[in-house]
Design a protein around this ligand. Structure first.
Ligand code: NAD
Length: 505
């Protein structure tokens, strides 16, 4: 299969294709250049002389022929509108399609004022972007953010690994200030030969539930450390146990760790990887819904203190994330429900298509997992270290973490506490109708929407200890509407107490 770059004007398809092709020692094929060669004049002139219809007919012919003739070692960049042709879309099925995902502002900045026929008017340009993005997304096997500085060899290795993965596996390329990495999402991915850090020894950290189910599906490993399951392991004592085991087994900086399990294993193993010998790489293999839609991405790692949750930790981006959605089949119902709270949180932040699906209670499938992963990766790409935008991911977590902490991390699953926290956040946002809608969705998925026997004052006091505190106040994330979620709101104690008390009828 050839590698074919698609995407909107200004995405950077031609440059990306050139870099990737260079790794293969070849030249990239740019279909716009082929068309201009055939015409003997520019595409802009063709639009002016004969109109868009005539151009599209020729484009379909030229792109169709180029795709038909493309051998497995070739790299192509297609014109942004070529995928509007059903024939071109059908021809793409034979190749690996890489979408360069560019936001409309960046695209406009790059494309306007360059005599591109469809980049003359900003409003029409934005409408075209909105119309085409879903088409690109449906076609893409790989999604690469336009801002990525991906090393072409590493990107090519990840793209090539798709050929050994189950059909319909998607590759998302994660970017952040401190590193880039591949995220593969596919059903039945474990067991495929797609490991992102192939040249180094693998030491797996897992728990007593997940290890027996999936350790033997990871391929060759060089050692494993199996912890007791649950939040109780996410402590400094748990981390010390892992570090000492790694030291005892002679794990060195050219080895890597694997976090196989839910968010507890991921956070703990990630923290151990961040600090062991001042940092060794880690590959996350998330097996809970919480981890597959949220915790495995973005590099936040850490452990709890008895005083408060996630109080000690580090940022440490993984070397790769492998998401096998088939592992959810063995997840107990209560854990699946807990993950649904993070799905709902993510959908509120994302708005748009993801919110539409979730609010209609569509099944949580691979497409939902992928959409949640993309939202999180997009937020982290903008703000890795919680300086601004990333704080939106904390929606529902301020009160949620406080509830977990005052109930000693035993009574509620993390996601269950987030469900309650979301309802408090929606009350503080003044969103009565949305709160009712969310409560119904949460309850329908077996999540708590009220709590009893929890001390309201203790929850308010624990909220004040939240690690996001700035000076005397804890900033809250509030929802203006799905898709418009803003951090940094000040909330008075009385208001907070009322929102928490409402959870205890
Ligand atoms: P978890 O890791 O405790 O897993 C839940 C339970 O499911 C455990 O008993 C586990 O053994 C079991 N399990 C896991 N996968 C299984 C499978 N496929 N089949 C059968 N059993 C399986 O809990 P979680 O909800 O995944 O994670 C919660 C943690 O994640 C919290 O500590 C939270 O703070 C953290 N978190 C971190 C981030 C982040 O950005 N780092 C984001 C969200 C949550």
């Amino acid at each position: 299969m050839a590698v074919v770059f698609i995407g909107f004007m200004g995405a950077g398809k031609t440059t990306a294709a050139r870099h990737l092709a260079a790794v293969r020692g070849r030249a990239a094929v740019d279909t716009d250049a082929l068309i201009e060669e055939r015409l003997g004049h520019t595409i802009a002139e063709e639009f002016a002389r004969r109109g868009e219809g005539a151009f599209r007919a020729l484009e379909e012919q030229v792109v169709g022929a180029a795709l038909g003739a493309a051998g497995p070692e070739e790299t192509l960049a297609l014109g942004g509108g070529s995928v509007l042709s059903p024939k071109v879309r059908a021809a793409l099925a034979d190749h690996t399609v890489v979408l360069i995902d560019v936001d409309v502002h960046t695209a406009w900045r790059r494309a306007s004022g360059r005599r591109r026929p469809l980049a003359g008017d900003r409003r029409t340009f934005a409408a075209l972007h909105a119309e085409r993005v879903p088409v690109y997304e449906r076609l893409a096997d790989v999604i690469l953010p336009a801002a990525s500085r991906a090393d072409p060899s590493r990107l090519l290795a990840a793209i090539d690994s798709l050929g050994r993965a189950p059909r319909r596996t998607r590759l998302l390329w994660a970017t952040s200030a401190s590193g880039e990495y591949p995220v593969l999402i596919g059903e039945g991915l474990l067991g495929a030969d797609v490991w992102p850090l192939a040249q180094s020894r693998r030491f797996v950290v897992t728990d007593e539930n997940v290890g027996p189910l999936y350790l033997d599906r990871l391929g060759p490993i060089d050692g494993e450390i199996v912890l007791a399951a649950g939040e109780e392991s996410k402590t400094l004592a748990g981390a010390e146990l892992v570090w000492r085991e790694l030291a005892r087994r002679g794990v060195a900086r050219d080895d890597h760790l694997v976090g196989l399990g839910g968010g507890v294993v991921g956070d703990l193993a990630g923290f151990c990887a961040a600090a062991y010998q001042r940092g060794v790489p880690i590959v996350h293999v998330p097996t809970t819904l919480v981890a597959q839609v949220d915790s495995a991405y973005g590099g936040k790692t850490g452990v709890d203190l008895p005083e408060a949750k996630n109080y000690v930790g580090a940022y440490h981006q993984p070397g790769g994330v492998l998401v096998d959605t088939a592992t959810l089949a063995t997840l107990p119902d209560r854990e699946l429900a807990a993950g649904y709270a993070e799905v709902l949180k993510t959908a509120l932040i994302a708005g748009g298509e993801l919110w539409r699906r979730v609010s209609e209670d569509a099944p949580v499938d691979e497409a939902t997992v992928t959409a949640c992963a993309r939202l999180k990766l997009g937020v982290v790409a903008e703000d890795e270290r919680d300086g601004g935008r990333r704080q939106v991911l904390n929606l529902g977590h301020t009160v949620g973490h406080a509830i977990e902490s005052v109930t000693a991390y035993r009574r509620y699953r993390h996601g269950e506490a987030v469900a309650l926290g979301l309802l408090a956040a929606l009350r503080l946002s003044g969103q009565d109708a949305l709160r009712a809608e969310v409560a119904e969705l949460l309850a329908g998925h077996g999540l708590p929407v009220t709590m009893d026997g929890v001390d309201v004052d203790a929850v308010v006091a624990a909220t004040a200890r939240d690690k996001k505190r700035i000076g005397a106040s804890v900033p809250f994330v509030l929802v203006h509407r799905p898709g418009d979620v803003r951090p940094g709101a000040t909330v008075g104690d009385g208001e907070l107490r009322r929102a928490v008390r409402e959870l205890c009828p």
